[in-house]
Design a protein. Structure first.
Length: 53
């Protein structure tokens, strides 16, 4: 039972870590690239991906 809990915690932490890194990349891209219609679509998709995570 303890092993199952440990694995679950690792999976959640790994997911959260990836989401945070992903968000940082998005923020960096938004700062570097002028926001246009295409970028807005990318951001929306990225936000959905993060929320889904």
């Amino acid at each position: 039972m303890l092993q199952v809990v440990i694995v679950a915690v690792i999976v959640v932490v790994d997911c959260v870590y990836k989401c945070i890194v992903f968000q940082n990349i998005i923020v960096y891209i938004i700062q570097v690239v002028p926001v246009n219609v295409v970028m807005m679509q990318v951001v929306i998709v990225a936000v959905i991906a993060v929320v889904d995570c």
